[in-house]
Design a protein around this ligand. Sequence first.
Ligand code: AMP
Ligand code: GLY
Length: 431
Amino acid sequence: MKVLVIGAGGREHALAWRCAASARVQEVLVAPGNAGTALEPKCRNVPVGAEDIPALVDLARREGVQLTIVGPEGPLVAGVVDAFEAAGLACFGPRRQAARLEGSKAFTKDFLERHGIPTARSRTFTREDYDPSWLERQPLPLVIKASGLAAGKGVIIAETLEEARAAVGEMFAGRFGHAGEQVVVEEFLRGEEVSFIVMADGAHVLPLATSQDHKRRDDGDRGPNTGGMGAYSPAPRVTPELHARIMREVIEPTIAGLAADGTPYTGFLYAGLMVAEDGTPNVLEFNCRLGDPETQPVLSRLRSDLAVLCEAALAGRLDTVSAQWDLRAALGVVLAARGYPDTVRKGDRIEGLEQAAALAAGRGKVFHAGTRLEGGRVLTDGGRVLCAVGLGESVSTAAETAYALVGAIHWPDMQYRRDIGHRAIARERRG
Ligand code: AMP
Ligand code: GLY
């Protein structure tokens, strides 16, 4: 069969690579892909943008694609799955109505409250019904969120009332475009942040291996928030007890609630949670897709056929399959261009990829994100450029391998964190 992967990041390189590993898959098209997917055996980049839904439908029809997997949230929230379905094409991901779980925080807060799923107390305002006096009566800090998609930048933690007022004001003034037309103001929660990723088929759920990312740019979890500077799997802090609670109190009622509301959820679902001291898993956010970079270590451990799992989900048969995982741990270190998460320079030549690939044989892989191929050379082409994943008997040994791969790679001003996995590694050292 022929598979199409939509997107251009590290997550999509990992998705394409896993699909290409299936004996049943002849070819994987990637739209638009990166240098990594261009060089990957059995994969072929197609110059169609991830947001160009009519062109993606045309491509899938023309090429006889039997399964499409959508990487990023943009096309999902814009209705790519609905468009494929209308054309009679199989596409794994949530339809537009279900993708509102990521596309509209206002929708999600209302959904969570209606279905009794734990989350921070909140109110949603539009410019018309905004009530500044309500803000004054709330305890600080307050969390101010632009409701729509804001590339991970639309959340402001306000320590003072002035900051809170200013944040709401900026959102209504258009700082995040349409995303800020509705503003969610919510209580600040304390606890441990945990992410949890599953596959769903509208009714059943298959949890993926646990994982944890590092969102801050600099060592010691300092510096600006990013899409993620590294991730590892498994995440030891997700104990079997916590796993069971998240499934029972968050994932199952979410899938059941969406089905009951007439908008069943099929696709990957990513829950960002704040686990309170008493163990309550409060939902901070949902993403209607896999995490990036979590996908790179998670799929590095997947032993089952990803295309088969996606097909089972599209047939509503996820309850009849299981996923097998490599018992080793996997850890990925993101190599970013200088300046990330702000504006970065592009077009630097990346050295050492062959040496890294030789070192990685059987125990890791370097995934591409912001890269492009020019005259046979791999050049930087984005903020997050590569993700070097190592496998090992423990998170510590996986980290040693990952950093050995990092050591082989070079371009001017590349930056990366030296402490990915530090909490899990400290936990391992404590035994
Ligand atoms: P979100 O995009 O909603 O996940 O928010 C981005 C980040 O802001 C999260 O990963 C948390 O670190 C933080 N955050 C969001 N909501 C809250 C909250 N209610 N309390 C504390 N921190 C929060
Ligand atoms: N790494 C977090 C995300 O993909 O949103």
